[in-house]
Design a protein around this ligand. Structure first.
Ligand code: FES
Length: 323
């Protein structure tokens, strides 16, 4: 079985090459994995050449900056939306689907860094919008933060299937967004709209108990339906759309269980829309260093999901049983 050629989301960006190149652990470049042959997924940039031109060392590291909390909206008991002031450059860098940052209270140590998807951005005013659900120690502590946060970014691998998302044009797409994963769905919807796609969006309040993205979708030409997609009626609705609407791309914003449910439906109907799905990996450093996000694919390849773009199906089949 041939091993996967892996695609790093940072390849070709100003953050490539990174520390992984210095330690011969580059995700994409075979030379920077210690091999003596060239075998990368060519994406218009030679990572090895960039590394050599940069004096055989990594480029810029992401910095941690202070971001002021402009507004805090308590959506429900367990869900909060933050509007944060950042530079216009950072707001622009975070405007693509799959963008995320690390946040923490300025009085807490670095291991409180918590990855948060970007829900929306305002590039003109230099603001980003983030929604979080209070679950563990990190998010509960985030809730205690007064007026400023530490913010580290930009990061981009919050969604698998970015290549598919970028290439679908003038087609019909289905977005399923559940619970707190409604948040990353906003930038996905905006991307698909920019590419002139027709979108049916099913919003499931999930455990946060509310549709909190409506106002960020205002003015977009979307067909929005609210439904519990884990129950019979919602499942039937999705099946009907998939069967009758010639869907070219399906986006699953939710848990791995939701991802696998949708993949099973697609397989049962023998259709092949592109799949885009939220990255639900345990992200800790975001730099491919700590290994907390590592997932072993069927062929034995270990993938660091904080930086690697992988076919959503391949990741999900390792985490949840797809029958
Ligand atoms: S989060 Fe640390 S390696 Fe991916």
């Amino acid at each position: 079985m041939t091993k996967e050629r892996l695609e790093c989301v940072d390849a070709g960006s100003e953050y490539c090459p990174c520390y992984l190149a210095e330690t011969n652990n580059c995700i994409t470049c075979s030379h920077l994995q210690g091999k003596d042959f060239c075998d990368c997924n060519w994406r218009g940039v030679c990572i090895y050449q960039e590394y050599a031109w940069n004096g055989y060392k990594s480029k810029f590291n992401r910095t941690t900056t202070k971001a002021a909390i402009v507004k805090r909206i308590n959506v429900t008991d367990n869900c909060t939306v933050l509007e944060l002031k950042v530079t216009k450059t950072l707001a622009r860098q975070l405007s693509e689907a799959g963008s995320y940052v690390f946040l923490r209270d300025i009085n807490l140590p670095s291991y409180f860094d918590v990855p948060m998807s970007i829900m929306d951005t305002d590039v003109t005013n230099g603001c980003v919008y983030i929604a979080y659900q209070k679950l563990g120690s990190k998010t509960k502590k985030l809730d205690d933060t007064k007026d400023k946060l530490f913010l580290r970014g930009p990061y981009w691998n919050g969604v698998f299937g970015l290549r598919n998302l970028k290439k679908v044009k003038n087609s019909k797409c289905l977005i399923v967004a559940r619970g707190i994963a409604q948040a990353p769905s906003v930038l996905v919807a905006k991307k698909l709209i920019r590419n002139n796609n027709e979108i049916v969006m099913i919003i499931d309040k999930g455990k946060v108990g509310k549709n909190f993205i409506d106002e960020y979708l205002e003015g977009l030409n979307l067909n929005i339906v609210e439904e519990n997609v884990m129950q019979e009626k919602g499942i039937l609705l999705i099946k009907n759309i998939l069967k009758n609407e010639n869907i070219s791309l399906i986006y699953s914003g939710g848990s791995d269980v939701l991802h696998s449910k949708l993949i099973n439906m697609i397989d049962d109907l023998s259709i092949e829309p592109y799949i885009v799905a939220t990255n639900n990996g345990e992200i800790c450093c975001g730099e491919g260093i700590c290994g907390s996000c590592s997932t072993r694919l069927k062929d034995g390849t270990i993938v660091k999901t904080c930086k690697t773009q992988v076919d959503a199906r391949k990741i999900i089949e390792r985490r949840v049983c797809i029958d």
